[in-house]
Structures are given as structure tokens and as C-alpha cells.
Design a protein around this ligand. Structure first.
Ligand code: PLP
Length: 376
């Protein structure tokens, strides 16, 4: 139950057990087309979409290196480790981040973005991390930010790595120009592929006066894509897995997948409230996919997580950056249901009891049951 890589269904693991094929063969072309169509469904876009052989960070780097030139100013709310990394990525390619500082555990509001846009005359893009995995805070009102970006002619870049398919993000109707997702999160696929969507407006900014990354050159990707290929050798096994994961998404239905994540998150939050465990983000920012809990006074981070893993078989993640040692994070993404939520709540409650804390596990489990009973 960490925020990626998530558990992978056997069907997806088995999909990788095929002989290697040439990435210039007709079989590959079919796989490529199938992934593209599946990814368009996941992103809700009719625009271009590419599967890149890299982890999520490579997808962010691809976005930045293709559209950001030295001196370009980019508005970016920073509220945790992954938005800091996005900012560093922008700097690495000569861009100038215009930071909107946000307290960790909160997320920027559209009004804060609007204000930053008003203050800054010469801006090229707005970049946001939709779901700050390091704090469990989700930014709400992305559709409004998309409208602001459109009105001002700014590019709208969204890191949706830990949330795509776990919450709403209709890329075209929310006017997202570049969206990045990772294979190893809500798609329940192994790590190794990042997906990136590119709007018509983004293409206008790509390749102009810029020599960005060679490996992540989207113009090269587009040229190869016209032949149903990638410019370089893709990770064929993970592509097979991703294709299967996207088929499973279609079978479940995007709406149902999002609802499943929402219901599981609600069950977690209600149980935690009953158990008097404090969630880091306030209600309006709480994520559907990452549940961040403040570590109770007197409990040591590593000892708690080790106990949960070794005695109760549930692995959760620790905090990152300045929150290391003060929160734990549950990844409620991909393969999640009543079973996983119940097992995790049990592990939390029992381990805390072992460590001498008073916890009302019974009330926590009842809250879980109530959510799943009323949602089914
Ligand atoms: N951005 C966000 C929001 C993430 O959650 C992650 C990983 O958890 C990344 C970027 C980086 O992805 P990766 O570790 O796959 O490179």
C-alpha cells in the first residue's frame, strides 16, 4: 500500500510473458496503436499521446525540455517534493519558475493562480502537480486554471502521475496542454513507462528556437508515431503490460475506476477519523489516491512501519523531504478495494495497539464497512 509502484494484477504480469518482438515489426505497430487508443481514453483526449520508456520524472523532463526555453517564466505552485522537482526541472532547462509558495499539506487554489498570472506580465506557462504525492494534497479547480491559461494564451502543464484515473482529469475539456502520467500508479502497471499528452497549442511551442533533450524530443516522437513506432527501443515487456492495464481500465470503465478510488479514500478518511488519527491535509485538499497521516506523538516512524509490514503484512510509505519522520503515506491506488482498505486499517490499528497507543479499531472498521455497504 505504497504510492507506487502499486500491486499489479496477475493478468498484467502475465501479459509481459511473451517473446520479444522487433519494435519495427507489424506486431509492434499493432501494440503501439492499441496503447495509443487506450491512453487517449485514460486521458480523455483526442490529441496526441506518447508512451515514453522512462519513469514519471522522464515524462516531466520530456514536457519541460520540449516547451521551456532559457528565460521562459513559468508559474508553479510548490507544496511538496514533487512540485519542487518540477521546479528544478524547469530551472535545469533555463526556465525561470515563478513560485507560488503553498504550505505543505495544502494545495493552490485557482484564485492564487489567477493572482500570480495578474502579477506576472511575461509568463509562458502554468505548471502544476495535480496530486502532491509527498503530502496527499490534491489541487482542486484545474478546469478553472485551464480556462485562465487559455484566456491568457499560456501553456497549461499538469503532472498527474499519481492521480490519473484515480480522480477526474478530462484533458481536452479542462484545456490541459501537456499532461503526464506514470504506469505504476492508478493504472496498476509495473513502472517503466510515462505517458504524455500534447495539445495543438503545445505543438506550436515545441521545437521553436530550442535544442532540448535528444531522447525526449517530441518532434522525433511525432515523426515515429506517424509510423506507429517510437524513435528508440521501447520497453516491450512494460508496453505489453501497459496495453493490458489499459484494456482492464476500459473493461472497468474510467468513471467506475475513479469512483472506486474515491470510495476507498472515503473509507480510509472516515476510519481514520473514528480512530482519532490525524490526516495531514484539510478536507478540501484530501487526495483520492494518497492518504497522509500525521504520526501520533510517541510513535517512531520506522518502528511503526516495520511492525505493520513484518507483523501485519502491509507496507506503507514514510514521509519525504521535510515531512520525513512526521507522516506516513498510504497509496490507495490501482488494485484497491474493501479488502485492501480493511487490511490496511487493521494493520494500522493493531500495530498502534502493540506500540501502546489507544485506538478504536472497531469503530474504524465499522466506518470502512459503512462506506462500502452504502456505495455498493
Ligand atoms: N510526480 C509525482 C506527483 C509523483 O508522485 C512521482 C512519483 O511518485 C513523480 C513525479 C516521479 O515519478 P518517478 O518516480 O516514476 O520518476
Amino acid at each position: 500500500m505504497i504510492p507506487g509502484p502499486t500491486n499489479v494484477p496477475a493478468r498484467i504480469i502475465n501479459a509481459m510473458q511473451k517473446p520479444m518482438i522487433s519494435h519495427r515489426s507489424a506486431e509492434y505497430h499493432e501494440l503501439h496503436r492499441s496503447i495509443t487508443e487506450g491512453a487517449r481514453y485514460a486521458f480523455q483526449t483526442k490529441g496526441d499521446i506518447f508512451a515514453l520508456t522512462c519513469s514519471g520524472t522522464g515524462g516531466v523532463e520530456c514536457a519541460v525540455s520540449n516547451v521551456i526555453s532559457p528565460g521562459d517564466r513559468v508559474i508553479i505552485p510548490v507544496n511538496g517534493v514533487f512540485s519542487q522537482r518540477f521546479e528544478e526541472n524547469i530551472e535545469r532547462f533555463g526556465g525561470v519558475p515563478v513560485e507560488v509558495p503553498i504550505e505543505w499539506g495544502k494545495a493552490a487554489t485557482p484564485d492564487q493562480i489567477k493572482e500570480a498570472v495578474k502579477q506576472e506580465k511575461n509568463v509562458k506557462a502554468i505548471a502544476v502537480v495535480y496530486n502532491e504525492t509527498s503530502t496527499g494534497a490534491t489541487m482542486r479547480g484545474l478546469d478553472e486554471v485551464g480556462r485562465i491559461a487559455e484566456e491568457r494564451g499560456l501553456l497549461f502543464m499538469v503532472d498527474a502521475i499519481s492521480i490519473l484515473c484515480g480522480d477526474y482529469l478530462p484533458v481536452d475539456s479542462w484545456k490541459v496542454d501537456i499532461c503526464i502520467a506514470g504506469s505504476q500508479k492508478c493504472l496498476a502497471c509495473p513502472p517503466g513507462v510515462a505517458l504524455i499528452s500534447v495539445s495543438g497549442k503545445a505543438w506550436e511551442a515545441i521545437g521553436k528556437d530550442r535544442r532540448g533533450s535528444y531522447y525526449f524530443d517530441l518532434l522525433k516522437a511525432r515523426e515515429s508515431h506517424a509510423k506507429d513506432e517510437t524513435p528508440f527501443t521501447p520497453s516491450i515487456p512494460v508496453f505489453y503490460a501497459l496495453d493490458e492495464a489499459l484494456k482492464m481500465l476500459r473493461e472497468e470503465g474510467l468513471e467506475n475506476r475513479i469512483k472506486r478510488h474515491k470510495v476507498c479514500a472515503e473509507a480510509f478518511y472516515n476510519a481514520l477519523q473514528e480512530m482519532e488519527l490525524q490526516v495531514l491535509p484539510d478536507k478540501q485538499f484530501r487526495s483520492n489516491t494518497v492518504i497522509a497521516i500525521n504520526i501520533p506523538r510517541g510513535i517512531e516512524d520506522k518502528a511503526w512501519r516495520d511492525l505493520m509490514r513484518e507483523k501485519y503484512g502491509v507496507m506503507v510509505a514514510g514521509g519525504m523531504g521535510k515531512l520525513k519522520g512526521s507522516i506516513i503515506r498510504i497509496g490507495s491506488m490501482g488494485v484497491v478495494s474493501r479488502v485492501e482498505v480493511t487490511a490496511t486499517i487493521k494493520a494500522l490499528g493493531k500495530s498502534l495497539t502493540d506500540l501502546g497507543q489507544k485506538v478504536n479499531l472497531k469503530a474504524g472498521l465499522a466506518a470502512v464497512e459503512k462506506v462500502f455497504t452504502s456505495s455498493s
